[in-house]
Design a protein around this ligand. Structure first.
Ligand code: ADP
Ligand code: TYD
Length: 220
């Protein structure tokens, strides 16, 4: 019924917000599905372990295809059915991650090409709202250090990589201001949650007002 995605660099705090929103919506009586990318299905979780394995040498284009394969499976197996079932789907990362990390970070493909590619991968599914949690690379690194022993294969990328990813996210948000909601990730967890919650409440009210029950699908 509604597809909400969270984006940001590793350690920005987006998973915390995705979980917090899910708890809130469930407490309000909504049927939800919370999934993370890459992951959420058996196949996608297996692809995830390949992608994050530091002992593997993964070529940039192969990386793009693997993230996308995990996504295609997740959309077909879980996201589409949940949306058709009237659920609110919360996705911790979606195709904007690929545009930012593989497109800009790795420099593997142009945004135009990626837009058409994502459309095929997701069967033209586009989030109704994308929350972009923005923090600088240093803050994110400090936050990662609090919770993780050692970085995975993706986190081995240097600071310039993260600068490119941050800039790409900002550009995506500028290009699609109606879909993106930009959040200053330096604010507290609760303050950020309040902002997200208010926005989702408004989205749900708009849906009720128009009686619209489908999800965005054709404005990639
Ligand atoms: P991500 O999913 O973006 O990698 P997480 O949600 O896992 O990030 O958060 C990484 C760490 O930062 C966790 O220890 C979390 O508790 C902490 N954190 C999350 N949001 C904030 C915030 N707004 N302020 C301070 N610390 C935060
Ligand atoms: P994860 O542990 O889920 O990181 P985080 O909690 O920060 O989301 O690992 C996912 C990693 O994969 C993260 O470094 C971002 C990266 N990624 C891509 O490079 N492209 C993608 O399309 C997706 C979904 C993730």
């Amino acid at each position: 019924m509604l597809l909400l995605t969270f984006e940001g660099i590793d350690g920005s705090g987006k998973s915390t917000q995705a979980r917090r929103l899910n708890q809130h919506l469930q407490a309000e009586g909504h049927e939800t599905l919370l999934v993370r990318e890459p992951g959420g299905t058996e196949l996608s979780e297996r692809v995830r372990s390949v992608l994050l394995d530091s002992s593997l040498n993964v070529q940039p284009f192969a990386e793009l295809l693997l993230f996308s394969a995990a996504r295609a499976q997740l959309v077909a197996e879980r996201i589409r059915p949940a949306l058709d079932d009237g659920r609110i789907v919360i996705c911790d990362r979606f195709f904007d991650s690929t545009t930012a990390y593989q497109g800009a970070g790795r420099g593997v493909a142009e945004p135009e090409w990626l837009r058409a590619f994502h459309r095929r991968v997701t069967d033209a599914l586009v989030p109704d709202r994308t929350y972009l949690v923005e923090v600088d690379a240093e803050t994110a690194r400090d936050r990662r250090a609090q919770t993780r022993d050692e970085g995975d294969r993706m986190e081995a990328a240097g600071p310039e990589f993260y600068e490119r990813v941050i800039a790409a996210y900002a550009e995506l948000a500028e290009d699609e201001p109606d879909r993106f909601c930009r959040l200053d990730g330096r604010r507290s967890i609760e303050a950020l949650h309040e902002t997200v919650r208010a926005d989702v409440t408004q989205l749900l009210n708009e849906r009720r007002g128009t009686g619209f029950s489908g999800t965005g699908s054709s404005n990639l």
